[in-house]
Ligand binder design. Structure first.
Ligand code: C5P
Length: 397
C-alpha cells in the first residue's frame, strides 16, 4: 500500500481506542494516513495519540482556533484514495445517511470523491434497531462498503452483534481494496440468492427464512474485484446497486431456473446461494382459497434442481459452486452432493454451531473441493465469509 492515501474518520464510540492500532498497521504497510475526528471521539482517544501515530496533524473542527485558519473539507475530501470511517457510531451513521454536514467529518464525507468504507460499532440493540438497519442499507445503496459489526462481547457487558470489526480484519479489507480490485476483471459471475416463493393462491405462498444476505454479499465481493455480476434473486429485502451488476428479481423456483438457463452459458463462474424451495403446490389457484373444512391439504410437486441443471451442462472452462446445509453426517453428505451435482466446490453450513444459518448475520462455513479437501473457517460476519469464499474460488480459477 506504499503511497496510498487513507483518510480515517473517527467517531465517538469506545472502540475508538483501537484505532491507534489500526493506524500503526496501515503505516507499517506504507499507507499515508490522515485522520479526522469528531469532537465526541476526542473523549475516547487523544488527538495527540492519533496525530503522533499518523504523523499528520489531526483535523477536528472546521476552524483552527489557535491559528485562525479554516480547514477545507473539500481539499480533505479530494486527498484520499480511500475514506474509512471507523468506528462509526449510530449517530454519525444517521447523519451520513441523511446528508448532514454539521461537523468536519460529515462535511468531508459529502465532499469525498473516493470510495468510502464504514465500520459501525455500537451496542447490540442500537445495531439491531430498524433505523440503523435502514441507514446502513441506504449507505450500501449509495455504494459505501460496510465492514460489518461483529458478534461478541460488547463494552456494555452484553453479548451480541455490534463489535467493531477488529483492526487486523479492517486492514485486510483495505489491502483487498487496493490490491484485489481487479483480480476478477473480465469474469462474468452468475449468483443466485434469497428464498423462492411458491404460489398457493393470490395471497399465500410457501417460502423459507432465507434473507438473501449471503448471496448479496458474494455479489458485492465479486463486483469489488472487478467482475461483471448477474444476480438472480428471489424475494429479499437486500439491496445492491453497481454499474457492473445486473439484478434480476424472480419469485419462484421455475422463474429462477428460466433466468439461470438464459444466463449460465455466458458465465465463467456460478455461485448458487439461493434457498430454493424443493417443492411447489401442484396447482396454484387464481382465487383466494376460502376457509371451509377443518383440514385441507395442498399437493406438492418437486421443483427442478437449478444447480444440478447448471452442473449437468457445465463446460470445462466454467467453475460452479453450490451450498449445502446439513444437519447430520454433514461432510459426507456435502461431498456426495458436490459429486452428484458436478460442482467444483461446495460450501457447507452446519446448523450445529450457534451463530450459523438462516436468521443470523454470522456464519461458519467449510469448503469442500473436487478432491474432497476440506477447508474450515471461523464463525464470521457474512460479508467476511463472502470474502473468504471469493478469495478461495479465485485461487482455484
Ligand atoms: O440439494 P440441496 O437443496 O441441499 O442443495 C443446495 C444447493 O443447491 C444450493 O446451492 C442451492 O442454491 C441449490 N439448489 C438449486 N435448486 C434447487 C434446490 C437447490 O439450485 N431446486
Amino acid at each position: 500500500m506504499r503511497g496510498k492515501r487513507v483518510l480515517l474518520g473517527i467517531t465517538g464510540g469506545i472502540a475508538a481506542y483501537k484505532i491507534a492500532g489500526l493506524i500503526r498497521l496501515l503505516r507499517k504497510e506504507g499507507a499515508d494516513v490522515k485522520c479526522i475526528m469528531t469532537p465526541a471521539s476526542c473523549d475516547f482517544i487523544s488527538p495527540l495519540t492519533i496525530a503522533t501515530l499518523s504523523e499528520h496533524p489531526v483535523q477536528i473542527e472546521f476552524w483552527d482556533r489557535r491559528n485562525g485558519s479554516w480547514t477545507n473539507h473539500v481539499d480533505l475530501g479530494l486527498w484520499p484514495d480511500l475514506f474509512l470511517i471507523t468506528p462509526l457510531t449510530a449517530n454519525t451513521l444517521a447523519k451520513l445517511a441523511h446528508g448532514y454536514a454539521d461537523n468536519l467529518l460529515t462535511a468531508t464525507y459529502l465532499s469525498a470523491r473516493c470510495p468510502v468504507m464504514i465500520a459501525p460499532a455500537m451496542d447490540l440493540d442500537m445495531y439491531a434497531h430498524l433505523t440503523t438497519t435502514e441507514n446502513l442499507e441506504r449507505l450500501r445503496g449509495h455504494g459505501v462498503r460496510v465492514l460489518e459489526a461483529q458478534y461478541g462481547e460488547l463494552a456494555s457487558g452484553l453479548v451480541g452483534q455490534g463489535r467493531m470489526m477488529e483492526p487486523e480484519d479492517q486492514l485486510k479489507e483495505v489491502k483487498n481494496f487496493f490490491q484485489g480490485a481487479h483480480d476478477l476483471e473480465g469474469k462474468r459471475v452468475l449468483i443466485t440468492a434469497g428464498p423462492t416463493y411458491e404460489k398457493i393462491d393470490p395471497v399465500r405462498f410457501i417460502g423459507n427464512h432465507s434473507s438473501g444476505k449471503m448471496g448479496y454479499r458474494l455479489a458485492e465481493s465479486a463486483l469489488r474485484r472487478g467482475a461483471e455480476v448477474i444476480l438472480v434473486s428471489g424475494p429479499s429485502a437486500q439491496r445492491l446497486e453497481h454499474p457492473a451488476l445486473q439484478l434480476i428479481r424472480v419469485e419462484s423456483a421455475l422463474e429462477m431456473l428460466e433466468e439461470v438457463k438464459k444466463q449460465w452459458e455466458q458465465c465463467d463462474l456460478g455461485i448458487f446461494a439461493a434457498a430454493v424451495a424443493d417443492y411447489r403446490p401442484a396447482e396454484a389457484t387464481d382465487q383466494k382459497i376460502k376457509k371451509k373444512e377443518d383440514e385441507m391439504s395442498i399437493r406438492l410437486v418437486k421443483n427442478p434442481d437449478i444447480l444440478a441443471w447448471a452442473g449437468s451442462v457445465k463446460k470445462e472452462s466454467q467453475f460452479l459452486v453450490g451450498f449445502a446445509l446439513e444437519t447430520n453426517d454433514a461432510v459426507r453428505h456435502a461431498e456426495e452432493k458436490r459429486a452428484r451435482k458436478n460442482l467444483d466446490l461446495i460450501v457447507l453450513n452446519t446448523l450445529e454451531e450457534a451463530g450459523s444459518g438462516f436468521q443470523v448475520d454470522t456464519n461458519r462455513v467449510h469448503l469442500i473441493d473436487r478432491n474432497n479437501k476440506l477447508t474450515s473457517f471461523e464463525l464470521k460476519e457474512k460479508s467476511v465469509v463472502a470474502e473468504d469464499i471469493i478469495e478461495f474460488i479465485k485461487s482455484r480459477l
